[in-house]
Ligand binder design. Structure first.
Ligand SMILES: [Zn+2]
Length: 281
């Protein structure tokens, strides 16, 4: 049921499913067929002042003119023919590359603060995000991220947390290690199709669920399949969300609307060279 819901929402907007060689969906783990999405331990991020305290002293760089890359991952697994799955060995190589190339991962709080012009940044800032909350994010991605002391943001669908996807226990472990857990709605529906009250519930209940389970503040959001309308923007603002991420390709720049931030989709079928080309020099 989960797979059907995720897949149906994603079918129209996912570049991965537009390839001529359609993957055999039945052969894939059901939960990985759609686009997949959290915040970390944000105890010290209650406000800008607190964030500033968490920024290392040697962060001396202004907001980069070329923008900040926000990488978008879904499942870290082998899904032949499906670009939404990044094989674990490829993911490990990508993280190794980022580390060796001198990238420093930043948190959503740090990005927000930098967008406000309130904090400086490391030399090569980058954000790593995961959509949907696939279980392999814990088994395949989390250990590699820890290895390089990288921080990542996981946008989870709170209605699907449990066996087969990330569990609350796993999510708590990740948050405890500094990962950010943020909202990707309750049911991963196409928000444009929902009446305002129903849409509000998707945005509000997912926020509350994560906040009550982790004791953290949830202020960042990711649109299911990148779909939203003007009502969504108004509701997010009203509910206290500070930033929201789309699936529109590009880096995050200073003048970008905070609720329409761009990301870089990582294609699981591409090699390391293709990965490198997507990043700012
Ligand atoms: Zn998604």
């Amino acid at each position: 049921m989960l797979s059907l819901i995720l897949l149906s929402v994603v079918a129209g907007g996912s570049q991965a499913n537009r390839t001529t060689t359609q993957p055999q969906r039945s052969a894939m783990p059901a939960y990985v067929q759609g686009d997949a999405g959290p915040a970390g331990l944000k105890a010290a991020a209650a406000n800008i002042t607190e964030v500033a305290k968490t920024v290392p002293q040697d962060w001396a760089f202004p907001f980069p003119a070329e923008g900040i890359p926000v990488l978008m991952y879904h499942s870290i697994s082998n899904l032949p023919g499906n670009s939404l799955g990044v094989p674990p060995e490829k993911f490990a190589l990508q993280m190794k590359y980022l580390y060796n190339a001198g990238f420093t991962t930043i948190t959503p709080d740090q990005l927000y603060s930098a967008l406000q012009g309130k904090t400086r940044l490391p030399r090569r800032p980058i954000m790593i995000t995961f959509d949907d909350g696939y279980h392999d994010n814990f088994t395949a991605a989390f250990p590699v991220l820890k290895q390089y002391n990288f921080k990542a943001t996981f946008f989870v669908v709170t209605g699907y947390i449990g066996p087969g996807m990330l569990t609350w226990d796993e999510i708590k472990q990740m948050a405890g290690a500094g990962m950010n857990i943020e909202s990707h709605t309750v049911n991963h529906l196409d928000l444009r199709t929902l009446p305002p009250a129903r849409m509000r519930k998707e945005l509000a209940d997912s926020k509350t669920a994560i906040e009550s389970n982790l004791g953290t503040k949830v202020e960042y959001f990711c649109y299911p399949a990148g779909k939203f309308n003007s009502t969504t923007l108004a509701l997010l603002k009203d509910l206290g969300y500070k930033m929201a991420f789309t699936t529109v390709a590009g880096t995050v720049r200073r003048n970008q609307p905070l609720l329409q931030l761009r990301r870089i989709r990582i294609n699981g079928l591409a090699g390391l060279e293709g990965f490198q080309k997507q990043l700012p020099n």
